[in-house]
Design a protein around this ligand. Sequence first.
Ligand code: BES
Ligand code: ZN
Length: 623
Amino acid sequence: MYSLSRTIAVSLCLASWACTGPSNMDQSATSPAKDIHSYANTAEVRVTHVALNLDVDFSRRSLVGTATLELDGSAAAVILDTRDLEIFAAETSPDGETFAPTEFQLGASDPIFGAPLTVSLTPGTSHVRVRYATSPQASGLQWLEPAQTAGGKDPYLFSQSQAIHARSWIPLQDTPSVRAPYSAVIRTPPALVAVMSASNHPEAPRTGEYRFEMPQAITSYLIALAVGDIAFQQMSERTGVYAEPSVVEAAADEFADTEKMMQAVESMFGPYRWGRYDILVLPPSFPFGGMENPRLTFATPTLIAGDRSLVGVIAHELAHSWSGNLVTNATWPDFWLNEGFTVYLENRIQEVVFGPDRAAMEASLEVTGLHEEMATLPEKDQILHVDLTGRDPDDGFTQVPYVKGMLLLRTLEAVVGRERWDPFLRGYFDHFAFQSITTADFLAYLEANLPEAANAVDLNEWTEKPGLPSGAVVPQSDVLTRVDEASQVWLAGQNPASAIPLKSWSTQETLHFLSTMPVDLSVERMAELDAAFGLTGAQNAEIISRWLLESVKRGYMPAYARLEPFLTSVGRRKFLDPLYTALAATPDGKKLALQIYAKARAGYHPIAQTTVDKILADVSDDD
Ligand code: BES
Ligand code: ZN
């Protein structure tokens, strides 16, 4: 039943790991997908259910308990992904009821991939149970002091599993090519509430024990947990907001269009298949704008601008309920299938809910961002189907999978028109629902079902080559063209700054105006803008971060007073990365960056710390 050669292959694979990286021949639902970022021997055994039973220990900053994995397949051992986990015991069971101890071995730890946990199986094993504790440094968890929350009284914990951080809080097959339902029992201090990417019960009394079910098969990077003083406010029959009590009302108002957004996607691309759609607003150290945890999007509080102008991020995370959570990238080089499709859908949602002008502005801003970033990227990172061999999949987090991916879909759409494109896309979601697929799977489906579009563009150039193909259909925004005109008049000295209609502009117009100011704009002219519009006092997080960035680039000192308060209060990587990078470009700026970072670092999420550590270390190497 257990082939010796397989066992040997597993051992060799572990022994030679240092030079080859984790490797296995994986079998996704549709085609073989080799996940180079997981140690799991998924060709032999696959996890079919995950059951968690965890105590949340704030004093030790540790989750302690068990993960019980149901297995399909047979092998001498199951290899799980872990990072910084303390393993107390492993057990096997033939029925999920009675467990007996088994041998296990924790391999050497790699800084990017963590350590393989090899658990010996006996014939007839259907379940494996691992007793473990997480490290206070777990890369996928952030433990917050009460002072880092809005309420200031209770501690807070949240997870962020994408891309390969689930392994730092759960021993499992941490690969998006494997899908499984999960359940969980989470014990917390009695004053606090736990929520997960699963069935949540807003009215549940605060008993300190919470039970969750995610009956649909999802991938490991979508398992999510948050614990804190969390309240709930309903928005529509099936949407609501979770947040700290002092934030929940503003959040519910900001995101009031969520139901309309859901209906917009449903009318175009098929039903929402996950039951409820709720949003959890996290404390400000949350390192992303949003994270599409199924049934419970995690969001940064910096979206709460008071005017609903930043809810494009909600449209984006909601869209992942189709592109990403329903049809999922099988490996991280296929990440553009998640994000490119999602940026495309996000824009279609905005078009329906906020109108074509707003949608065109957002798309056009995204393309500006792509060009900006592409100019700084080596050619290998300008490729949609990116090679991440030996690299952290978080390195693939650039505008390329997002915006170049979106442009490919727009270009295909333009070939056949929406009458044919929309049903194709809807068919794609139905066909691959609850499956993990590769770039090749998508291309084969496109060639089979929309050959006219497939033949009209050079798909190989799009997915395998750097740069932007010349035939790319790029969005145009008339509204932003008018902003350019107003900008030109001011730059030419024909008007004072006060004549710029900035006060009547949307956030998107203002962002476009600020991000297209000429590099050599003088600090006097920056001061003129600031005096007219109070930009240094801006409250909108996108606007203030853009203004600070442009100020640092040009050494406009009056804005610097805002740098430290901003960088020590917000941990969203999108804001930190450009600001620290711009500061680090000059010796004085770098000095200031290091000073601020010394105060800010402890409050940042491990993922953000890694990003900023790298920025400031790279620069000191050049000194
Ligand atoms: N899934 C991503 C966030 C992510 C990607 C986390 C890769 C870890 C690894 C999420 O959907 C996302 O793209 N968020 C964006 C916002 C969006 C509007 C572009 C963000 O956080 O900036
Ligand atoms: Zn996304």
